[in-house]
Design a protein around this ligand. Sequence first.
Ligand SMILES: [Zn+2]
Length: 401
Amino acid sequence: MPPTSEALESIVISSKDLLVELCAISSASGELDGLRRVAARLGDELLARGFAVEVVEEADGKGASQPVLVARGSQARDRYRLLVGHMDTVLPAIPPRIEGDRLIATGGLDMKAGLAMFLGALDLLAARGQQLPQDLLLVVVPDEEVGGQVSENAVRRWGSGARAVLVLEPGERHGESETLVAGRRGMSEWRLEVAGKASHSGLAYWDGRSATAAAADWAAQAQALSERGAGVTVNVARLVGGDVDFVSNLAAHHDLLGSPRRRNVVSDRAVAEGEVRFLSNEDRERVLATLTSLAAKLAAAHGVTMRFEQGFSVPPVDPEGPGSALVEEAVALARARGWDLVVERDRGGISFPNYLEDPGRVPLVDGLGPVGEGMHTREEYVSLRSFGRRIVLLADLLEAM
Ligand SMILES: [Zn+2]
């Protein structure tokens, strides 16, 4: 039975009241008391809706332990629908206030609204006379805003048993409509080391082989591989060249910069470091192979040796991956309720989905939370209209899946 509009309205109001309460608790990353209070408050609400709730203390690798909220339905054993969120905020809280459609509140948009929305969606399902889905597992972490170890470990661990992943982070405004996130870039770090041959630039210039010139040539060509739109990007973040002493021990020799000393030496050492970003693993393989062969080609052309190494890597969420059907479903559900969801295929920044062992394995939808603006600032706000319709969207999606 569809709930009356009064019933929906009262669910949205009580969810908004809970959101205001959560935002009034200061829980900036590292504010352990506040984080524990948010976990406890959310835990009570989930317990009241039949979830088994645990607040697990996990070591953060820096000698402290931090709370992780884990709430599971009775059927969420080894295959579950995983919902993820975080309770930490960038700034400590100031008292929330409402102005028209805006709830101006620290961490409201990012992302306590996503957590309150989930509870609202459960209440809406109950008001529709539905049995609450028992295969849901909610994990709320305390250190996402600082790229923390607890978040990464928790998402990796709980992600391995998920049959779908719903990320409660906010969508974005897009004109009159709002977005949902289907794709997120992955990232691979790299390092290039170049060894040339030193010589006196006045007496024996042509005997030298400049490592700096070779590295700069490589860097310019590497960066030029970047493609606008959905393609790969290559960022040369650092390029250091000079004589071998200078490059290998910058701390001891930094005062050479700006001085006339050793300018007459053809550079025999250079190092470049950076990263590539990509939307699919094929793109990653392709760009890293091109960078490797570029190193071989330019080493020969410049008469130097070049060593190109790949480093730490996080996988992408491919917008064409197994989540695409679920994303389309969400778009259709919003349209059926009379509003438009636009799909973001290419969100930058490393976030929850990148922490999964293999985001290409499991259907995933990101950006389910309500929109607003001013994330991480004192002007941060959540649109209450968006909050209301996202509650309905999440309830519809949980029901349809
Ligand atoms: Zn966030």
